[in-house]
Each structure stands twice: as structure tokens, then as C-alpha cells.
Design a protein around this ligand. Structure first.
Ligand SMILES: [Ca+2]
Ligand SMILES: [Ca+2]
Length: 872
């Protein structure tokens, strides 16, 4: 019955409502699979002559479909596209650049040899930039200056704005995430930001790639960034302004040098800005024309004579003014999540924390602003009300580094460096709100004046007392297990292409099971946030090329609430990950990080994808052997709110095998009962998040049963353990039954070993995320000090007094399992003798010397500031 309907299926495949978009008026929903098999499925009854007015063009119809043809991204794979699909649903190259704009991009597949009276690109339905058609007939657009990151819809007009029938998407990224080679280079960068302070004067030089701007003469301009209006009010506005030209009509040589002069008085209020270079045919300051930008930076070099005459006093005044302002603004610290207690936790909690590129253990730990740290992470999500950001830094020993102990400690940020959806207005503007509230003040207090303690007082590190690690569940392919075929099992290590891994599931509460279903299944559903994670499992292939009796995951899809839908899948089964956003294949050729609706996406090294959802839930998908490995991380708020194959998260593993009906399988359920449990969680068409964009997927999954009842897996009791291996198995596998099962099934110890390794990877992650009790920061005694900066259970802090004082109380305190210190900080009582007087004198001298040393060190630190991306 199904096959004759296939042509319909193809046309209507496009009709499967796009995830996230929901059915719209006139759409015919694709019924569940069993309906398709019935004599007259609902949608078939509706068929007949095309309704009047049906269109065969994608003009104004990108993302739509009708009975005639489709303009949805899935149409290419299905061969159902309208013939002019690519003329109207635009592909562009490059597809991304800094949100600062001015990037020229080319519309692909659209060769324009007709006359045109004007190319106009309209972004976000409001910002228009002028494009052009080049001598080869290629259509160009220019990206606009934006105050947001992420995917920006645009439409294209070829008739000077009368009609905009074509559409596409531009990806705006954080200015620091753009390749430095596409920017103006400020030569000897630190000189620019210290110009006018002691010992920094002379000429400044900038260079750029002249070929990027197709002109002989350019204008070099300064732009300034400011936020106006009452903070945290509706009038709070972000604004880039053109300030003044540094040079007009200079040769486009890629090189310019000048002696900075103080800016005219009315421009001195801008302290953060960037340089822009444009074709001199445009008038100075013309918006949204093709341009090159420099990094945003502290405009020391343009500040007035008052700065140059006494930079330290000037900066101190600014620092004090910032302090005063901070005290009037709401306290954002209370809203921030606490940091993970250890480096291991911070690196494993990938749903909520992500590497701070300014201090990255995987890139040499160049921690300019955090001396003493080897790695920092930032909270992925900005805090809900004030859009502020948490930062957490760790020492080589894995201990959190706090500002209370060290100037290298992590500093929370009033404006999250990565911005916060919906962006556009302060304090949510990516990078720049952070510059105004957290970075320029660092220059004032810490780099230009010796007032750093003032900065640290208002940006104190959080400790980890309220941090709770996320819970972990997932599905890992087991070892590379070969099918037992005729003539005995082949050695999978000799024929890896023939190998497959059984999906071994571990629930959030730690129950393990093997499930070899062929179909699409619900890994997790949580009504709490509308979170849904679904996966597709497909059989492996035997060495003989036939279907194996074990399956592995080949695709996983996720959505939370009304977020975008992201699917990660194996592309054509050749060990390459493919990521789909709302059914469209994403390219990571230009960007490895993407700000999407309701989630962030990060791709590492092409074989692993991290998805960070707004609830703090995270997904890690990677390739392991011939299949996918999927790990789901859930914050504690999901307790008692999950169902599906990964179980009911409630600290009780015995109720994890719960069917949709609520019936609970006992912990001793047989592998056949567990198979039924898995089958019960088959996805339903109406709520499927997966994409069906090939004939095979349509046939096997959209119209096939979601759980294939004809597929016969191999159950453990069908394998015969080889008693001669018993000792070796026990030695290798210990109590890991996945390992012993796979050895039994394949007869190969090396297979068991691979299974064990995969399992151990999961276990080590679980281990990293173990809860650690923290007693919190412990103050040193007044007129004394302490040794030790670790405040976790079992750690001991030792106290001492300055000379002239004697300790009253315990010399040490230990963090106890209940989160309290064994004793309070002792006090230091003065000893009454001449030594007191002497120590005061020498102590005073020592303090003065220390202050001098700190100041010199801070000034020197500027010499190391190679990367401006590494912000405090
Ligand atoms: Ca910070
Ligand atoms: Ca449970």
C-alpha cells in the first residue's frame, strides 16, 4: 500500500510541518505511519486538482510548500523543489562576519544579466544596504552594522526597493570571533590602548589588506561606542557614532601611520571605539557601506590633554566615578550562578559553562588578565534579569582562583561578554556592553591607575557553595561488536567497517541497559521546559554486507519550548557529522559557534557538537566508531520532570524503565522486556523532530513504522559464553557487564576492551561531575595571613600573624563534610614591645614597596596583551 503512495509522499514530504514553525493555514499534516498504510489517508482524500492560485515559484515563498512544489530546505534531497528555488531562496558566500558590518557577500546561483536599477538588501525587515551586480553578473550585498549576533533574515530587491521576493540568512558574529586577518590591524596593539600614559608616545600605525577594498583611495575614520539613557530603563540605548576622520583620500596602500592628537573636546567622552576604512567615494561616516573595521579598543590615543598631563590621576578619577555609578546600579552579583568547584567540573559541565577564550587550557593557558590561572570558563547563559555573566578561573591544581586571594581571580561581568538574547539594547549588546561596564573600568582602575582593589571589590569571584553539578544520561555505542555470522565471528579490529556498536544506555539515575531497536525513539521528554530529545537507531552492516542484528544511533534531534530544532546526524554513514537547523544543513566552514533561537551551538574538530539550551540543559554528540555517542546533561531543576529512554530523574534507578502508560518494569527485567520498554518510546510522527529529506528516510521512517517490528535483535541469551575465556573475561571486564556481553557475543577480548573504554569515558565524566562540598572562602586574620586557597572538603587552611602579633585561636581550620569550617579564623593580638614599633615601620615600608611592585607588574602586563579577545 505504501509504495504506490510514494510520489504523494515525496510531494507531501515537504508538507511535514517544519519543526518550530508549526502547521500553518492550508497545510495538510502528514498522518502517523499507520494512517499512511490505511486505504485512504486523510491527506490523500484531499488530493485532486491543484487549488486555484497554486504557485510554482518560490518568489516570496521561501520555507513554504504547496501541492505543486516545495521551497523548503528539504526539497533538494527529495527532488521536490520549485524550479526557481535557488533564485529566490538564497545561498550566500561568505555567510557570516562581524556584527560591525561592512562585509561584501555574493549571492550564489543567481546570475543577473538583466538590467537593474538598484540592488537593495533589507536586513531584519528594517535596515537597508545597497548592493551591486558585478561584471560577471554576480549579485553582491553589504552586511549592516548590527547590535546583535545570530542569524539575521534578509530579503533582496533587484528593482531599487519596489519588491523583495528573494530571501536568505546572514550570520552576525561577536567581533572577537572573526578572523583577525579580515580586520584592520593596529600595529603594536597595546601602544594604542596605553598611548599617553607614561612612556607611550610617538607614532601609531595601522595596516589592512588593500585588496579587500576595490579602490585607490580610502578614508580612515574613528567611530565611538556609547550607551545612553538611564541604565536598566527602556530608554537605555546602544549607539555607534561616526566621530571624525583620521585621514581622507589617502592611498589604499594597506598602511597608514600618524601621530595621535587629542580629540576635539566634544569627542573626548568616547573612550571605547574602533577604526573604519571605506572607499573615499563615500562621504565620511556614511553608514553600511563596504568597510574594514579594527578591534574595539580603549581610545587612550585620542583622549584630551587632561589625560596626557596626568594619566594616573585622570584614570583614578574615572575609576572612582565608576565605583560611584556601580553603587547606584542594581546588584547583579546575587543573580549569577555559582561557579563549579573544580576545573574538572567546569570542563565537564558543558551545558552551562563554556571555555573563556582569554584563558584556555587547550590553547596554552595564556591567561593575561588572570595570572595564576590555567583555564577560565564563562556561564553560557546571561543572568535572566540583568544579562550579566559569570566567569570562573582555575589553577593548575584544579582549584578555583578567587579575587579575595589573588588579582588573577575570576571577575563576574555586569554585561556578559557574549551578550544576551534578544541583544540590541544595553546591557545585552555582545562584547560592547561588557566593554563599557567591565573592561574600560578595568583599564581605569587596574591598568592606568593603581586602584585595582576597587575594581576587584565590585567584581568579586563567586565561590561554589551553591553549585550543583548537572545529571548525566546518555547512549554510547558499545565496543565495535561484529555480528556473529555463518562461519564464526570475524575479527572486528581487522575489518572495522563491518563493525557496529550496540547502544548502551545509561539513565540519569545510573541504570544501564542495552537496547537494539531499529527506529526512532524518545530519549528524553521534560514538560518543565518543553525539552525533547529524540534519536534514530539503525542496524549496522555485517562483513557480508547484510543487515546486522544490532543497531546504533545515527541521528539525534533536540528542541526546547519554541527554540530552533537542531539535529546532529551521520552524513551518509561515513563518519562525518552533519548538523541541521530547522531541517537545513548548516555549514561550519566559517564559524564554529552559533547563537541560535533558544540555544547556542559549538562544533569542535568536526567530530563533536555541543548544544547549550537556555534551561542550562546540554547535549554532547560525537562520533564513536560507526555510530553516534550522545550525552545529555541536566541541571537539578529537572528532578522529577523527565521521562523516556533515559529514565525518570529522581535519584532512584529502580523506576527508570517506565513505559508511556506509567507502568514500571522491575529492575530485574529481562532483555526482551527491556526491548519492549524501548519500543514503547518510539517517536510519533506528529511530534517528530527528525528530518526526512531523502527517499530512504521517507520510506523507512516517515511512512515506515517508527519502531520496526520486523527487526530481530540479538539478545544476550542467544550468545554462548566461551568458558575457556572465563578467567580472561573476568580480568578484563570485572563487573562491567557490557564488556562481558560483548566478549560473549563476539568471542573477542579486544571488542570487550573497546566497550569497556567507551563505558569508562562515560564513567570518568560522571566522576568529574561528582558533587564536592565547599566551605566557602575563609578570611585571613587581621594583621596576619593564611596559607591555602582551596576551600573544599578536607582542605586545611593555616594561619599566621604578622610579626609583632601573636595568634589567639587555632592555627588551622579544615573544611568538614557538612560544609562548615572546623574552627573560625583566629585573631592576631599585638605583642607589646619595641618589635611592634619596628614592625610597623618596616611593615609600612614593605607595603609601599609591594604597592610599587604591583603597579610595575600591572604596567608590564600590558606588554603581554597580545590578544584583545582576552578580556577581564
Ligand atoms: Ca570578568
Ligand atoms: Ca529514576
Amino acid at each position: 500500500m505504501k509504495l504506490p503512495l510514494l510520489p504523494w509522499a515525496l510531494l507531501l514530504l515537504a508538507t511535514a510541518p517544519g519543526p518550530g514553525s508549526g502547521p500553518t493555514a492550508g497545510e495538510i499534516d502528514v498522518g502517523p505511519a499507520h494512517e499512511a498504510a490505511s486505504p485512504a489517508p486523510a491527506w490523500a482524500r484531499c488530493s485532486g486538482p491543484s487549488p486555484p492560485g497554486a504557485q510554482e515559484s518560490c518568489s516570496y515563498r521561501c520555507g513554504d510548500w504547496n501541492e505543486q512544489c516545495s521551497c523548503r530546505p528539504t526539497c533538494s534531497g527529495l527532488g521536490t523543489c520549485c524550479s526557481d528555488f535557488r533564485d529566490f531562496c538564497l545561498e550566500i558566500s561568505p555567510y557570516s562576519d562581524s556584527m560591525m558590518g561592512g562585509k561584501d557577500f555574493v549571492v550564489q546561483h543567481l546570475n543577473w544579466f538583466n538590467s537593474t536599477d538598484g540592488v537593495i538588501c533589507r536586513f531584519n525587515e528594517s535596515i537597508q544596504t545597497r548592493g551591486h551586480v558585478d561584471s560577471l553578473g554576480l549579485v553582491h550585498c553589504v552586511s549592516p552594522l548590527l547590535y546583535e549576533t545570530g542569524r539575521i533574515p534578509f530579503t533582496l530587491s533587484m528593482d531599487n526597493g519596489r519588491s523583495f521576493p528573494r530571501s536568505g540568512t546572514w550570520l552576525a558574529v561577536h567581533p572577537n570571533k572573526v578572523s583577525q586577518t579580515t580586520k584592520i590591524q593596529l600595529e603594536n596593539e597595546t601602544r594604542w590602548q596605553y598611548y599617553g600614559t607614561a612612556g607611550t608616545k610617538g607614532n601609531l600605525t595601522l595596516t589592512w589588506q588593500a585588496t579587500v577594498l576595490p579602490t585607490h583611495f580610502v578614508t580612515i575614520e574613528l567611530w565611538g561606542y556609547e550607551e545612553t539613557g538611564k541604565p536598566y530603563s527602556g530608554e537605555w540605548t546602544a549607539k555607534w557614532s561616526y566621530l571624525y576622520p583620521l585621514a581622507t583620500n589617502v592611498s589604499n596602500s594597506g598602511f597608514f601611520t600618524f601621530t595621535p592628537k587629542p580629540a576635539p573636546q566634544n569627542y573626548q567622552r568616547w573612550e571605547v571605539g574602533a577604526i573604519r576604512i571605506i572607499n573615499s567615494q563615500y562621504s565620511s561616516g556614511e553608514k553600511d557601506v563596504q568597510a574594514l573595521w579594527s578591534n574595539e579598543h580603549a581610545l587612550a590615543w585620542h583622549l584630551g590633554d587632561d589625560f596626557r598631563e596626568d594619566p594616573v590621576a585622570w584614570a583614578r578619577t574615572q575609576c572612582l566615578a565608576w565605583e560611584e555609578l556601580e553603587d547606584q546600579l542594581p546588584n547583579f552579583l546575587e543573580e549569577l550562578p555559582d561557579c563549579p568547584c573544580t576545573l574538572a567540573q567546569a570542563r565537564a559541565d558543558t551545558g552551562r559553562f563554556h571555555t573563556d577564550y582569554g584563558c584556555d587550557i587547550e590553547h596554552g593557558s595564556e591567561c593575561t588578565y588572570h595570572p595564576g590561572a590555567v583555564h577560565c570558563v564563562r556561564s553560557v547563559q546571561a543572568s535572566p534579569r540583568y544579562a550579566s555573566g559569570q566567569q570562573c578561573c582555575y589553577t593548575a591544581a584544579g582549584t578555583q582562583l578567587l579575587t579575595a586571594d589573588s588579582t588573577g581571580g575570576s571577575t563576574p561581568d555586569r554585561g556578559h561578554d557574549w551578550g544576551a538574547p534578544p541583544f540590541r539594547a544595553p546591557p545585552r549588546v555582545p562584547g560592547l556592553s561588557h566593554w563599557l561596564y567591565d573592561v574600560i573600568s578595568f583599564y581605569h582602575c587596574c591598568l592606568w591607575a593603581p586602584e585595582c582593589s576597587r575594581y576587584m571589590r565590585r567584581r568579586p569571584s563567586s565561590d561554589c557553595r551553591t553549585y550543583r553539578p548537572p545529571r548525566l544520561g546518555g547512549c554510547q555505542p558499545g565496543g565495535l561488536r561484529a555480528e556473529q555470522g555463518q562461519g564464526g565471528p570475524p575479527d572486528p579490529l581487522l575489518s572495522p567497517a563491518s563493525a557496529f556498536g550496540d547502544p548502551h544506555f545509561v539513565t540519569f539515575d545510573g541504570a544501564n541497559f542495552t537496547f537494539n531497536g531499529h527506529g526512532e525513539y524518545v530519549l528524553l521528554e521534560a514538560a518543565l521546559t518543553g525539552l525533547s530529545v529524540q534519536a534514530r537507531a539503525q542496524p549496522g552492516t555485517t562483513p557480508e554486507g547484510t543487515q546486522a542484528r544490532g543497531t546504533g544511533l545515527t541521528a539525534v534531534a533536540v528542541q526546547e519550548g519554541n527554540s530552533d530544532v537542531v539535529e546532529v546526524r551521520l552524513a551518509d554513514g561515513v563518519g562525518v557529522l552533519q548538523v541541521l537547523l530547522n531541517q537545513e544543513v548548516l555549514s561550519f566552514a566559517e564559524q564554529s559557534w552559533m547563537d541560535l533561537q533558544g540555544m547556542f551551538l559549538s562544533v569542535a574538530a568536526e567530530d563533536s557538537v555541543s548544544i547549550m539550551l537556555s534551561s542550562g540543559a546540554g547535549l554532547e554528540v560525537s562520533i564513536q566508531g560507526p555510530f553516534l555517542s550522545v550525552t545529555v546533561l541536566l541541571p537539578e531543576k529537572f528532578l522529577n520532570h523527565t521521562r523516556g529512554l533515559l529514565g525518570t530523574l529522581n535519584d532512584n534507578p529502580t523506576d527508570d524503565f517506565t513505559l508511556r502508560s506509567g507502568q514500571v518494569l522491575s529492575a530485574g527485567a529481562s532483555s526482551r522486556q527491556l526491548f519492549q520498554f524501548g519500543a514503547d518510546w518510539a517517536v510519533e510522527n506528529a511530534s517528530s523532530l527528525l528530518t526526512y529529506d531523502s527517499l530512504l528516510l521517507v520510506k523507512d521512517f516517515l511512512y515506515g513504522p517508527k519502531h520496526d517490528p520486523t527487526f530481530q535483535p540479538l539478545f544476550p541469551d542467544e550468545t554462548t559464553p566461551n568458558s575457556s575465556q572465563a578467567t580472561e573475561v573476568a580480568e578484563l571486564c570485572g563487573d562491567n557487564h557490557f564488556c562481558s556481553y560483548d566478549v560473549a557475543a563476539t568471542g573477542s577480548l579486544s571488542v570487550g576492551n573497546a566497550t569497556r573504554t567507551a563505558y569508562q569515558l562515560h564513567q570518568s565524566r560522571v566522576q568529574s561531575l561528582q558533587s564536592v562540598v565547599s566551605c566557602g572562602w575563609l578570611a585571613p586574620p587581621l594583621n596576619g595571613g593564611k596559607e591555602g586557597i582551596r576551600y573544599l572538603v578536607g582542605s586545611t587552611i593555616h594561619f599566621h600573624c604578622d610579626s609583632g602579633y601573636s595568634l589567639s585561636g587555632a592555627e588551622a581550620s579544615t573544611c568538614q563534610a557538612d560544609g562548615t569550617w572546623s574552627t573560625t579564623t583566629p585573631t592576631c593580638q599585638p605583642r607589646h614591645s619595641y618589635t611592634v614599633l619596628l614592625s610597623i615601620i618596616f611593615g609600612g615600608l614593605a607595603v609601599a614597596a609591594l604597592v610599587a611592585v604591583v603597579y610595575v607588574v600591572l604596567c608590564r602586563r600590558k606588554g603581554n596583551m597580545a590578544i584583545w579577545g582576552s578580556q577581564p
